[in-house]
Design a protein around this ligand. Structure first.
Ligand code: NAP
Length: 283
């Protein structure tokens, strides 16, 4: 029940109306009987700084950050977790002793469905070079990936990400390819893991796919960060060629649960995760 001591959590982004984060967190709050409330706040880029000041004034307990603020929020925070200093994107802010600290739980959620998968010395192709791709690359480096191919429509952004990774981690087995380049064909045919971090295929443009089905193969894991729809055209085509597929909902729940635990200091029981997934699918 909301009362005078209820602590506020939330998510900022623009657009934000489609976000499933309030469903996820308010479900966890209810199941675990905690005195928190999670709301969505639309934050146009010109209003971001004012919104953060407002959060400071009202004593918010913590919040998630989504498109387009994952990188632009960094200078507005008081401190950054070590992984954020390397990867350069924030999806979670925790208020600790009045200070706004930036964290990234995207990469933790991303690795959840890959926990049993040995990626050491393997080749991964990453489609997209936005805020999500930064966390995914960081996560893959933790898994000791052998080689990365970064693919983006705007090739300069993928080049900048490759340079950033090299300078921060020393990892240099990276090549960069334009999304529409023929050079993508040998890379995707060779890669053991293909990750779509672009928004291509997301509702309502569900007929779109970032790459041709002819580039997919049965000995591949195809992981799509998009979770609306749950099975994107990319995942459907991957399933049809016999590849292993992973949808974006596991990552979404994983990153959310990691943020939730930071704010509430509560461990979410494993048994709750399956009912959270069912609840989100049925929304
Ligand atoms: P972002 O920073 O805005 O980056 C978007 C990326 O998608 C860029 O690489 C962009 O390429 C590419 N893109 C967009 N439209 C395209 C098109 N029509 N053709 C080709 N490429 C296109 O967004 P983000 O934060 O990285 O998020 C990307 C996606 O990941 C979203 O769908 C988001 O919902 C999803 N996501 C899921 C989770 C999860 O928990 N499952 C977590 C985070 C993000 P350019 O650079 O050329 O514009």
């Amino acid at each position: 029940m909301i009362d005078a001591t209820t602590k506020l959590l939330g998510v900022i982004g623009d657009p934000i109306e489609h976000s499933k984060s309030p469903h996820l967190h308010n479900y966890l709050i209810k199941c675990l009987n905690l005195n928190f409330c999670y709301l969505a706040f639309k934050a146009p880029p010109t209003q971001l700084a004012k919104l953060i000041d407002g959060f400071r004034a009202m004593g918010i307990a913590g919040f998630n950050v989504t498109v387009p603020h994952k990188e632009t929020i960094l200078p507005l925070l008081d401190d950054l977790a070590d992984d954020v200093k390397v990867l350069g994107a924030v999806n979670t802010v925790v208020v600790e002793n009045g200070k706004f600290i930036g964290y990234n739980t995207d990469w933790i959620g991303f690795l959840n469905p890959l926990i049993e998968t040995d990626l050491q010395h393997q080749h991964a192709v990453i489609l997209g070079a936005g805020g999500a791709a930064k966390g995914i690359v960081y996560g893959l480096l933790q898994k000791r990936i052998g080689k990365l191919t970064l693919v983006n429509r705007t090739v300069g952004k993928a080049e900048a990400l490759a340079e950033h990774i090299q300078s921060q981690s020393g990892f240099d087995a990276i090549d960069v390819v334009a999304l529409d380049s023929e050079l993508l064909i040998p890379s995707t045919r060779e890669a053991q893991l293909l990750v779509n971090t672009t928004s291509v295929g997301m509702w309502p443009k569900v007929d779109e796919t970032p790459i041709s089905a002819s580039m997919l193969h049965p000995n591949q894991i195809v992981y799509d960060l998009v979770y609306n729809p749950l099975e994107t055209r990319l995942l459907k085509e991957a399933r049809q060629v016999g590849a292993q597929t992973i949808d974006g909902l596991g990552m979404f729940i994983g990153q959310g649960v990691a943020s939730f635990s930071k704010w509430t200091h509560t461990k979410v029981p494993v048994e709750l995760l399956e009912s959270v997934r069912k609840y989100l699918i049925e929304l």
